[in-house]
Every structure is written in C-alpha cells, then in structure tokens.
Design a protein around this ligand. Structure first.
Ligand SMILES: *Cc1c(COP(=O)(O)O)cnc(C)c1O
Ligand SMILES: [Zn+2]
Length: 412
C-alpha cells in the first residue's frame, strides 16, 4: 500500500522525498504530504470504506504511511452524537457532537495524529519519540510509544493539570516540565532535536502527524450519511485540526465521495489565548503571538505553527472566529454534561461556549446542520472545576438519615 509521492512545500511547491523533515529549505514554508489522489480514487469507494475496520484506519489510503499501521489500531471512529437536548437548549434543530473525549486509548483527538506519527517513526527506524505538548499530546505519545516498544521523552510547560501529568507518566515515559509556556517548550524542543536523533511527532514528523487529523473530518462526513454539515466549530491550538478538517472534506469532494462542500469552518479559542480568532476578527492574515493565560491549557498556544492557515481556512470557508472568557468555558462544560451526559475538558467548553456566541451573532442559524468538535475528556482537567462543586454529604447508612437529608438538602 501507500499513496504518498513525497513531501511538498505548501508555499513554493518544491518537492521533497519522504523524510523526517518539516520545513522548506528555500522559503521556510511548511511541508505537507503529497498524495497520488488518482491512485487513491482507483481503490477507494464509499463501500470500501464502510467495509473497513471501525477505526480511523478505514481511511488508511488517505494516511501518510507506506506500510500497514503499527499502533493505534482502535483509534478513531468515535461517536457522532445527535444532540437533541443541547440543540433544544441552544435553539438548533440539527446539532451534532463529534465526540473524541472517548477516543482510544487516551481520550482526546490527539490519538489520531499520534497513531500516524508513531507508525511513521517506526517506518523511519527511530528508537525514541518525543514532543512538545500542552498535555493531551503527551498522554498519547507516551501511550503509543509504550505500545510500539519505543522510548519516549516528553517536554511540557509547568503547571499542567495533574491528570495530564500522571496520564503521561503511567506509560513509563520520561517527562520533563519546563518553566515557561508551550511556545517556550516548542522552541527548546527544536534545539533538543539538533542534539538528539529523535522523532519529534509535532516537529520533524509534523507533516505526517498532521494528516492523522483528517480522519476526524472524514468521519464527520461519513457519519452524517456522506454529507458535510453547514457549520463546524473547531477548537484551535496550533491550527492543525482546523485546516485538516477542511482538507478532509475537500479530498472527499475531489474523489466524488460526497457532493460539493459548503461548510463554514469556525475557529474557537479562549480569550486568554486567542491569536487566531483575534486575527480573524481584525481582518488580519497574520498572527500576533500572545502569552497564554487561560484554564483551557490544552489549546493554549500563543504562537501557533499553522496559525496563518487556520485564519485562511476560516475565511475561505465563509466561517469566522470567536473566543470566550474562562467563566463561560466552565459554564459550557456544565451545560454539555447536564444536557448530553458528556464530560468534556476545557477545550470542549471553549467550542460549545463559542457556538453559543456564534448563534447570538446570527452566524449559525437554527435550521442549519452544525457539528461541535468535542476533542478531549473532562476527567483530565478537573482543576478547571475547583470551587464549583461541594463534596457530597455523608450520611449514616439508614433510611431515616436518608429521608432527613432528602427533605432538608436535596432537590430531586
Ligand atoms: C491539541 C488540541 C486541540 C487543537 O489542536 P491543533 O491541531 O493544534 O489546533 C484541540 N483540542 C484538544 C483537546 C487538544 O488537545
Ligand atoms: Zn518552499
């Protein structure tokens, strides 16, 4: 198998061989994977996809690997939830949640990108994988490295949530926290890469890694019955996911798997780290880097690698970008849990809260089909809810105590 012709510079179009590289040496543009779409079109159909495994690998012809996938065989094909209760609360008739808070194995959409990156690292023959991470990537790289039998050395900013830290260490990964933000860590990792011949999944393996996100978009289209929605609201960190959902829809359109795409893509950020949505709102096509300050740590990237393309995606698709303060992030996490029984992390609160704002602005309309991206699990970011709930009452184990508590303090 394998339909990858090589890498190509997104800016100047210069071609490169399939190597662990990510920047064009002529213009410093990012490299992306160049596929043989005619070849893919000859072997892929709706039926061939439907007959594939119930995982992201049902789209393996669209993935940048040359051999069979080696890890993450159960990743992806997560539920697309028809959200009737939440839709009612928001006044939307056709609302869906793409729920990667239950992705396998580490409960975020990052398992998609890492399944590809670590499979690719094995193809390249690396013995160690590494990454700069805001948390979810750390969890996923550690888990997949364990599955692959590779060593892992993971670098994070200090102050991440306990669930993200323990959720990395449990897999036996070497974990280092750095004084500073994700952007500082990312810079440091580029320097580490000069001294250590490791597969940095979101640096030298980035062109391959990013394409794992396309499967999130393919699944939305397939699960809607081979259609794309009117609106998708996407949480934005480095801007990889948002660009790849758009790319996925257009690849399916190009191969005739779906009709013409007419989807508006909306970028969602927390106000405390909103370089992409600020640029969109200001009508600018360049990122002004910021210093992150938000509880939505998983998407707190102040200088996003693909920020320019994130802005372009929202604009080209006819979408928009919005951000909300942290209080609204928490309110949205609660609303999602109380209406749909889904406990998302802060990033999911950001997408839902931003969706509410977009509805108020009239940018998302009641009859349209809207998909909200839920990309991570709330059990990993419990700190965000500190002070919002009191511990449960403890009573004696007899019926009188229960009835007393019920009469005095419960509201069922
Ligand atoms: C990393 C991450 C994102 C956004 O990722 P980018 O592709 O870098 O924009 C969104 N949600 C969660 C939960 C994440 O961990
Ligand atoms: Zn170039």
């Amino acid at each position: 198998m394998g339909f990858v012709k090589g890498l190509r510079c997104k800016e100047c179009g210069k071609d490169y061989e399939k190597l662990p590289i990510h920047v064009c040496e002529y213009c410093f543009g990012p490299l992306e994977v160049n596929y043989d779409y005619a070849g893919i079109g000859k072997v892929v159909s709706r039926k061939s996809i439907q007959d594939g495994p119930p995982s992201m690998w049902r789209y393996k012809e669209f993935m940048p690997i040359d051999e069979e996938p080696k890890v993450g065989l159960h990743t992806g094909f997560t539920p697309l939830v028809r959200a009737k209760n939440l839709g009612k609360a928001l006044g939307l008739k056709n609302l869906y949640l793409k729920n990667d808070s239950v992705n396998h194995p580490t409960f975020s959409f990052k398992d998609r990108v890492v399944a590809v990156a670590v499979s690719k690292a094995l193809e390249f023959g690396f013995d160690t994988v590494s990454c700069a991470s805001t948390g979810n990537l750390a969890n996923s790289v550690a888990a997949h490295a364990a599955e692959a039998g590779l060593k892992s050395c993971i670098i994070i900013p200090d102050g991440l949530e306990a669930g993200k830290i323990l959720g990395t260490q449990i897999y036996g990964a070497q974990l280092i926290a750095v004084h500073g933000s994700y952007d500082d860590v990312n810079r440091l990792c580029s320097e580490i890469g000069a001294n250590h011949d490791w597969a940095f999944v979101n640096i030298n393996i980035r062109p391959y890694y990013g394409d794992g996100s396309k499967t999130y978009g393919y699944e939305i289209a397939e699960q809607l019955g081979w259609k794309t929605p009117d609106n998708v609201v996407v949480p934005v960190a480095g801007s990889s996911l948002i660009t790849k959902i758009y790319k996925a829809f257009h690849e399916f359109e190009m191969l005739g798997l779906i009709d013409k795409v007419n989807t508006k893509i909306f970028a969602a950020q927390a106000t405390g780290c909103s370089p992409v949505t600020t640029a969109i709102k200001n009508g600018s096509d360049t990122i002004k880097p910021v210093k992150p300050n938000t509880i939505a740590k998983s998407i707190a990237i102040g200088n996003p690698a693909d920020g320019y393309y994130g802005i372009k995606t929202a604009n080209e698709s006819g979408g928009w970008g919005e951000d909300i303060p942290d209080e609204e992030v928490v309110e949205a996490m609660k609303l999602l849990a109380e209406t749909e029984g889904i406990f998302t992390e802060t990033a999911g609160g950001v997408t839902l809260g931003v969706t509410q704002k977009l509805i108020k602005q009239g940018r998302i309309k009641p009859d349209e089909t809207t998909v909200i991206c839920i990309t991570g699990n709330g059990l990993k970011t419990q700190e965000a809810l500190t002070g919002h709930y009191t511990p449960p009452a403890v009573i004696q184990c007899n019926i009188q105590s229960f009835e007393e508590e019920f009469a005095n303090n419960l509201t069922v």
